[in-house]
Design a protein. Structure first.
Length: 207
């Protein structure tokens, strides 16, 4: 089914991790484990994304780490690094996104963040790029107790930002999040290649 006409789009809703700033646990844990195979096993079986998920829903790092360390005591120091060396998982802003945010801001396009993120890491993350200061609002799952891809957080964004799904382009690196947004009627961009960002914005008449 075709979406609404591009001329109606008047806002952009950004995911943060791997859309505005690059984030990967492997960036840290490849330094901790000298054996790549052990690093793979650790991230696949111990500090998994499924385990990390509750922190994005409001559980503290300390509580989440304590529970996992009790299950894997021999990995306790490495698990603890998920918090103590958290910022080493980042490898900087994505220049193409920073440039797009600045260009959209200059044109007066409303921009918002919608991110699954711990309430404990928001301030440090938003200090990583001046682009964050150009956004007009944000919804962070760790404060709200609801996460993407649940439809409720998208509805919350619409209510709080005063937009309808057809008014906005939603940009995210997660296929599951994109699928929900598209089902709800948002214009979407599955962010896998930064070079595809500006052409999509131009096609929608935003740039």
């Amino acid at each position: 089914m075709p979406g609404p006409p591009p001329s109606r789009v008047r806002a952009v809703i950004w995911d943060i991790g791997n859309v505005i700033v690059r984030w990967s646990p492997r960036t840290l844990y490849s330094q901790i484990f000298t054996d790549p195979a052990e690093c793979d096993r650790f991230l696949a079986d111990v500090c998994t994304m499924a385990w990390h998920g509750p922190t994005d829903g409001g559980v503290t790092f300390a509580d989440n780490i304590a529970a996992l360390s009790a299950q894997h005591p021999h990995y306790a120091p490495q698990i603890a690094a998920w918090q103590t060396r958290w910022w080493e998982m980042f490898s900087g802003p994505i220049p193409e996104t920073e440039a797009a945010i600045a260009a959209l801001h200059a044109r007066g396009v409303k921009q918002y963040a919608l991110s699954n993120m711990s309430h404990e890491t928001v301030d440090g993350t938003f200090a990583m790029s001046p682009a964050f200061g150009l956004l007009d609002g944000r919804i962070i799952s760790g404060f709200e107790g609801v996460m993407k891809p649940e439809p409720e957080i998208f509805q919350l964004a619409c209510d709080r930002f005063g937009i309808a799904p057809a008014d906005a382009l939603f940009v995210d690196d997660s296929a599951a999040n994109i699928a929900t947004a598209e089902r709800l009627g948002f214009h979407v961009l599955h962010f896998t290649d930064p070079a595809a960002l500006r052409p999509r914005l131009q096609a929608l008449g935003l740039l």
